[in-house]
Structures are given as structure tokens and as C-alpha cells.
Design a protein around this ligand. Structure first.
Ligand code: FES
Length: 166
């Protein structure tokens, strides 16, 4: 019996990783400060940055894989595993915390059944922390894909759950 992981948990194949790295290196390796553009392009091609990317890029740029991994893990927009179909970012910065953000964080994790950076079992949604969305005046704030959501409460989270599962 073959057990197949849900689509959002499947990592890209070794060949697709090699191809994505080759294309990104060809496009950016000669640029000044090439690491970030390379990582962005690889992620755009693969949907994530699997760990196998780091030694390939490191060797090409003559830096250590640890250095590449360090840069990739510093930026929250880089992901080592494929995300769900939708991304819900919840603001954890001060202005939102001051108007109940912490309760919303807990509520979101309970409603979706995942921790930060987790993806629901059906692959519908990945929950991500973010530090200010520029929506401080209408916190607690969130962003569903590219749609801002202000004054988030339990009803809004349930509505998002229904929306991403439909
Ligand atoms: S502090 Fe939450 S949007 Fe700015």
C-alpha cells in the first residue's frame, strides 16, 4: 500500500529542486548580493525552500550551507515546507496586543487546530505570525492571503475557516 502525503506536505522532487536552483543561480548568481534574490526565486518556483536547497546554493556562492540556512530562517516569508492553499497571518505586534491580540492568537490556533507555521490537515490553511501589518488602527489585525482583516474576533475566525474550507 502506498501512503501518499497530502499535497501541502509533499516536498518537491530532487530533480525539481536541482532545476529550480539552477534557474535561480543562472538568473542571479552574478548580481551583487545574490543570495536573497536566489532564495526568492527558488521559493517562487518550488513553493517552499526545502533543506536540500541550502547546500546547492551555498556551493555555488562559495559560502556555507549554515549561512544560507541562517538567512532563510531569518525571514518569516521563507518556508522549508509547502504551505496550505491559504495563508492567515495574525499580527503579534504591540498595538494589536493592546487590543486583545493575544486572545485572538490563542483562538486562531484552537479554531484551526495548528500552532504557528502549522498547516491544517486538509491543507486549506497555514497559520503564520506577523509583526505589524500596517493595520494598527483596527487591531487585532490579520491578513488572509492578500486581504486585510481588521478587528478580528471569534466570528471573523469562524468565517475565515468556513471560507477556506469551501
Ligand atoms: S500592530 Fe498589528 S497591525 Fe500594526
Amino acid at each position: 500500500m502506498t501512503i501518499t502525503a497530502p499535497a501541502h506536505q509533499r516536498l518537491p522532487s530532487p530533480q525539481s529542486i536541482t532545476d529550480a536552483c539552477s534557474a535561480a543561480l543562472a538568473a542571479h548568481a552574478d548580481a551583487e548580493g545574490p543570495l536573497l534574490p536566489i532564495l526568492h526565486e527558488v521559493q517562487a518556483r518550488l513553493g517552499c525552500l526545502p533543506n536540500a536547497v541550502f547546500p546547492i546554493v551555498a556551493e555555488a556562492l562559495n559560502i556555507s550551507a549554515a549561512e544560507v540556512h541562517g538567512v532563510a530562517s531569518f525571514y518569516p516569508d521563507f518556508h522549508t515546507a509547502p504551505a496550505g492553499q491559504h495563508r492567515l497571518k495574525i499580527c503579534r505586534a504591540e498595538a494589536c496586543q493592546a487590543v486583545g491580540g493575544r486572545a485572538i492568537e490563542t483562538m486562531a490556533q484552537e479554531i484551526f487546530g495548528v500552532a504557528w507555521h502549522g498547516t491544517t490537515d486538509d491543507g486549506a490553511l497555514t497559520l503564520e505570525p506577523v509583526y505589524c501589518l500596517g493595520l494598527c488602527a483596527c487591531g487585532p489585525a490579520a491578513m488572509l492571503d492578500n486581504t486585510p482583516v481588521g478587528r478580528v474576533d471569534a466570528a471573523a475566525l469562524q468565517q475565515i475557516k468556513a471560507q477556506v474550507q469551501s
